[in-house]
Design a binder for this molecule. Structure first.
Ligand SMILES: C[S@@+](CC[C@H](N)C(=O)[O-])C[C@H]1O[C@@H](n2cnc3c(N)ncnc32)[C@H](O)[C@@H]1O
Length: 141
């Protein structure tokens, strides 16, 4: 039996540890901490943006999405983001966080537009063939 299981709690899909000694893990793109980072968002405040050096509207491929923080910040800057995550569990948590925020009428329009720029894919990034497109920048943050 796995030590972790997925369960819905307070309307969120959560990864829960059977020992219950850890807090449930879920994706929330509306936390005050993320909103603070978005407020100060610039290539000076976020090294990832500085390293990329691209322009809003370009496409970035996040090849290791994890819990989606980097993908979110890139989308908030204006990039279109193809977010690839190979873990099925993390992918489901990401989909839940994204869909929950998109369906929430209290989420402001700018945040909804930001989230709509993120496209999630559940795959091993090494097996995803990207269309040749000079504006696509693959990253592994
Ligand atoms: C350290 S986390 C990335 C954290 C992420 N940048 C963030 O902002 O939350 C690494 C993630 O990359 C995923 N990963 C590693 N190799 C991968 C691959 N070849 N294709 C897709 N995902 C991969 C892992 O499953 C893990 O969730």
């Amino acid at each position: 039996m796995s030590r972790f299981f997925l369960s819905r709690s307070s309307g969120r899909l959560c990864l829960i540890s059977r020992g219950a000694e850890r807090s449930p893990l879920y994706v929330d793109f509306t936390t005050p901490a993320l909103m603070q980072r978005v407020k100060r968002l610039s290539p000076r405040s976020e090294l990832l943006l500085k390293a990329l050096g691209g322009q809003p509207g370009e496409t970035v491929v996040d090849m290791t999405t994890g819990l989606g923080t980097d993908s979110f910040l890139l989308a908030a800057y204006g990039y279109r983001v193809l977010s690839i995550e190979r873990s099925r569990t993390l992918y489901l948590l990401l989909c839940d966080g994204l869909n929950r925020a998109l369906a929430d009428p209290s989420v402001p329009e700018w945040l909804q537009k930001t989230l709509a720029r993120i496209h999630l894919i559940n795959a091993d990034a090494r097996s995803v063939s990207l269309l040749p497109n000079e504006s696509v920048v693959p990253i592994c943050p």
